[in-house]
Design a binder for this molecule. Structure first.
Ligand code: ATP
Length: 440
């Protein structure tokens, strides 16, 4: 199963999903760039999340706070003190690892020996400076989570948006963690985008809301096509929880390279962050409850997931190899298909003239131009039609529209479905409507 990963890494590099960061200089550890198809896939995932979390609800609003924040934020939140992992060094080969994710045998993954230094806590935040002077006073950190931007804006949202408890503030944005060990492709990197919801609620309701979000989030994963049997919940033990949480449950995915592991984390952060910020900033960060005529500091339930980790799960879930007849000879060959939900696919339609004929090309380009107004569409006239279909299957394009010589007479095209490979004849004038329906 692990070789599925090799195939996915190779396919996504070859087809422009992901490139190693700064590749021409030999790369930089745990950083990936999104290529043209990767950015489309990421945008589709973010849009699906935003629609589900913000647009379709009455009580969740969005936010986009700055990555750089006043250094005090990270002291107050406890990240300077506690956002750290235990680091150990192999005394034999000097490789460094995160102690809590060493293999069960505790043997060094690099040299195989079992001779470690004692663990020291390593803070995962990247340090930087604001302004031209590098001193402690203007030192700050790249945010390791977007949540703090939400907490420090809690009062602004309450004052300006007429929100009523319980309500949520959602944010999608970059997070940075100087992970001790990166790896497994997009699974553990040092710069990644996060989709985070902070759902503020009454302390008495927090447990019920936790259960609610657990279910909501699992349903979302299934609605995006992840197979149920590869998803499960895992409750954290008390010694694994982050410093701010009283309860944490992971939604785990059954990864081919490591078995069950975190895809998304859901935490009950209590009133810890708002209380801390209120205390340290001296500003009153509370919510006035009209019913009981009292100020309260709400509890917060936080579902948090990385866009890259979600892309990886979706790609693993979608990667399919199957026997299929070749278009030309009817013989069997292996075709690689990314069976992504059509709404998530980076390219929605490929428009293909059957052969390089001026008349066919002209019509195909007109169709291409028209469909491009709605979706990400590719035009391709290079190579045989069979090869072009396979190229689209490999990147998960749900529909191929082919213009052939009959088109000149009947003003119709064939529309090929990626998964069934069935071809339908459709009037050009009905094409847009039909694709729109299929994508919904
Ligand atoms: P771990 O214990 O695996 O380091 P965590 O429990 O610290 O992870 P959270 O703080 O819960 O992770 O992060 C929320 C989500 O952000 C994770 O579920 C994951 O989807 C994503 N994420 C966290 N760290 C990384 C990373 N280094 N690379 C990619 N995605 C990450």
């Amino acid at each position: 199963m692990a070789d599925v990963m090799e195939k996915i890494v190779s396919l996504t590099k070859r087809r422009g999903f992901f490139y190693p960061g700064s590749e021409i200089y030999g790369g930089v550890g745990g950083i990936y760039d999104l290529g043209p198809l990767g950015v489309e896939l990421a945008n589709n995932i973010k849009t699906a999340w935003w629609k589900n979390i913000v647009r379709e609800r009455d009580n969740v609003v969005g936010l986009d706070s700055a990555i750089l924040m006043n250094r005090q934020v990270w002291h107050t939140s406890g990240h300077v003190e506690s956002f750290a992992d235990p680091l150990v060094e192999c005394k034999n080969c000097h490789s460094r690892f995160r102690e809590d994710i060493l293999p069960k045998s505790k043997n060094c993954p690099t040299c195989g020996k079992n001779d470690w230094t004692s663990a020291r806590m390593f803070n995962l935040m990247f340090k930087t400076h604001i302004g031209p002077v590098e001193g402690e006073a203007n030192e700050t950190f790249l945010r390791p989570e977007t949540a703090q931007g939400i907490f420090v804006n809690f009062g602004n949202v309450v004052d300006t948006m007429r929100v009523k408890l319980p309500f949520g503030i959602a944010q999608v944005g970059k997070g940075f963690r100087n992970e001790i060990t990166t790896g497994n492709f997009l699974f553990r990197v040092r710069e990644f985008e996060m989709m985070e919801l902070e759902y503020f609620t009454f302390s008495e309701k927090a447990e019920k809301d936790f259960d609610y979000w657990q279910k909501e989030r699992m349903d979302w994963h299934i609605s995006l096509g992840l197979r149920k049997e590869n998803l499960r919940f895992r409750e954290h033990e008390s010694d694994e929880r982050a410093h701010y949480a009283t309860r944490s449950v992971d939604i785990e995915y059954n990864w081919p390279f490591m078995g069950w592991g975190e895809l998304e984390g859901i935490a009950n952060r209590t009133d810890y962050d708002l209380k801390q910020h209120s205390k340290e900033s001296g500003k009153d960060i509370s919510y006035f409850d009209e019913e009981i005529k009292k100020k309260i500091i709400p509890y917060v339930i936080e579902p948090s997931i990385g866009v890259g980790r979600m892309m990886l799960a979706l790609l693993i879930n979608a990667y399919t190899e199957e026997k299929a007849p070749t278009a030309e000879k009817g013989e069997s060959e292996t075709r690689v298909v990314l069976k992504l939900r059509p709404g998530l696919a980076p390219v929605k339609v490929a428009v293909l003239p059957l052969v390089k004929d001026e008349k066919l090309i002209k019509i195909a380009k007109e169709i291409y131009k028209d469909l491009k107004k709605e979706w990400n569409v590719i035009y391709d006239e290079a190579a045989s039609i069979g090869r072009r279909y396979r190229r689209q299957d490999e990147i998960g394009t749900p529909f191929c529209v082919t213009v052939d010589f009959d088109t000149l007479k009947d003003k119709s095209v064939t529309m090929r479905d990626r998964d069934s490979m069935k071809q339908d004849r459709i009037k050009i004038e009905n094409l847009k409507k039909r694709i729109g329906e299929e994508l919904n």
